[in-house]
Design a protein around this ligand. Structure first.
Ligand SMILES: C[S@@+](CC[C@H](N)C(=O)[O-])C[C@H]1O[C@@H](n2cnc3c(N)ncnc32)[C@H](O)[C@@H]1O
Length: 144
């Protein structure tokens, strides 16, 4: 169990109707949450929670991760030149981390608006080039 964290003090003060029922993910992934289940809790599962601030407001995607999150895992589990797969690429955060860390990447996204968003972010990260940099040669971004 880990401490709830200070975010709960503000978030759980005033719950709306949606917070009191299971709120299913809008993309039909099967994930969902009932915020009211956290009321009165001092500690929660899981035991391996990383605490990082979100970046939803300025990324054009409601569930965008901070780049520090994929960066942390990519550094831990891969080496330069390795290939990273993110089957839920969203705004492209994992691809951006890969570009910075000299990893190849494959991203999959079902919603066209996020697919476009990811491609734009990749293009910006590559100085206007839709081709991702790699160690040995230029690779095209693989967003399916
Ligand atoms: C939590 S968001 C990922 C956000 C991403 N890490 C970022 O930083 O922008 C999950 C994404 O997966 C996409 N998604 C959900 N189910 C999918 C599926 N079956 N195939 C492809 N993409 C899917 C959603 O449209 C959404 O953009």
């Amino acid at each position: 169990m880990v401490p709830m964290g200070n975010w709960a003090k503000r978030r759980l003060v005033k719950l709306n109707d949606k917070d009191r029922i299971r709120d299913e993910s809008q993309v039909g992934s099967g994930f969902g949450k009932n915020v009211s289940h956290w009321l009165g809790k001092k500690y929660v599962y899981p035991t391996n929670v990383l605490h990082l601030s979100t970046e939803c407001s300025n990324r054009g995607h409601s569930a965008s991760f901070p780049i520090s999150l994929p960066t942390w895992f990519i550094k831990l589990f891969t080496e330069e030149g390795d290939l990273v797969l993110d089957p839920f690429i969203g705004a492209g955060t994992t691809a951006l981390a890969c570009i910075k860390l000299n990893r190849h990447y494959v991203g999959i996204e079902m919603m066209e608006k996020y697919y476009d968003l990811a491609l734009e972010a990749i293009e910006r990260a590559n100085n206007g080039n839709r081709t991702a940099g790699s160690l040995d040669k230029q690779m095209s971004p693989r967003l399916l």
